[in-house]
Design a protein around this ligand. Structure first.
Ligand SMILES: [Zn+2]
Ligand SMILES: [Zn+2]
Length: 79
């Protein structure tokens, strides 16, 4: 996984604490699918993740899927 880079944009602040130190983007599995989130180094080390409401998680999962599709890493959903 060393040279695997997520195609997702890194947010301006940590999704868990709002900090802006050592921001990086990570994937997380939720009950509605895989989402991406921006975490600072401290939150990542502490295993802290943002609490997502269900609609918020769905929105994130869709957005993250869009990132993967844009990067050619996933096929678009066939309706
Ligand atoms: Zn943080
Ligand atoms: Zn993403």
């Amino acid at each position: 996984m060393d040279d695997f880079t997520l195609p997702c944009p890194v947010a301006d602040e940590c999704d868990a604490c709002g900090g802006d130190v050592e921001l990086d983007v990570y994937e997380a599995d939720t009950q509605v699918g895989v989402v991406c989130m921006t975490l600072c180094g401290a939150c990542f080390d502490a295993g802290r993740t943002p609490r997502l409401s269900c609609p918020g998680a769905v929105k994130r999962a869709l957005r993250h899927r869009g990132h993967l599709v844009d990067a050619g890493m996933a096929l678009p959903e066939v309706a």
